[in-house]
Ligand binder design. Sequence first.
Ligand code: NAP
Length: 320
Amino acid sequence: MMQTIRVYQFGGPEVLRLEEQPRPSPGPGEVLVQLKAIGVNPVDTYWVAGMNPAVSLPFTPGLDGAGVVDAVGPGVDAQWIGNRVIVAGSVTGTYAQWTVAKASRVHPLPPNTTFAQGASLPIPYGTAHRALFHRAQARAGETVLIHGASGGVGLAAIQFARTAGLTIIATAGTESGRQLVKTQGAHHVLDHTNPDYLQEIQAITGGRGVDIILEMLANINLGKDLPLLAAAGRVIVIGNRGKVEINARDLMIREADIRGMLLFNVPEEELRNIHREIYSGLEKGALQPIIGKELPLKEAAQAQESVIKSRAYGKIILIP
Ligand code: NAP
């Protein structure tokens, strides 16, 4: 048996139930992982709220985790057993002591990386990589505004942008968040709750504007982002929680682009390559995931409440 979180009705974090359930077993092409840490992402709360029509009740939430391979299903190399791994997508849900994942969604965890750090990687680092290098086509020497840099995706984006030679302007809503993004390598740090911060961004670029904006809250910011762009600038919409009004003329005069991105659209081969790059970045120390808070699995509801409502400071991790 194992402890797991189950959801029997869609709703807020209060619908999460801690239960004893039988351990799952891996089918063909799958592995069973004993989880040591679980990454909590905003998307987990969207699924619990019933926003993914492909999810049917009851279910166990969670896509990210890290642990040790306990067993493999038919067709999977038994040499995986005992390996420390990152789980980047799960069949049975990661808010549990054990999870089943497709073997293709399990990646090695470098020896210098903790389980908590491993669990914090898949969605945030996958998203930041796809946004920066695939959707924005970032090049060394360009300036990126990371609009919401104190959370999981933002910090990952700072670390990737730093290794790629970009100038980074990063925002956060608290003093502790701003300290964190500064220590992670942002060149300029601003407060997105300060009424004057948009003018400060223009001043930092000498009026030229920024080449790339990674946007974590488009429904609040997209209309204000467009006048901040340089000629041929690109806004990558990563996070959005509602409708927004823009002036399309801001795009015309700059020949600028708004580009959406969704990690679930990334083909498996590209994801594998992203994880190869993450492995190498971790080994070299260029990537250093920041854990803000660790909570026991039974406090999953509090973790989900925090990831949506509290000001961000690194990743929230559950320990099973
Ligand atoms: P997180 O860890 O909760 O961080 C949220 C970030 O948004 C924090 O840096 C927060 O800053 C910032 N923020 C809050 N108010 C803001 C504002 N008015 N303007 C700009 N930024 C603001 O979440 P996450 O994991 O980094 O994810 C960020 C967003 O991207 C979420 O909406 C998530 O659903 C989405 N996402 C999308 C994809 C995709 O495939 N498209 C993948 C992963 C995540 P403060 O708390 O310091 O104010």
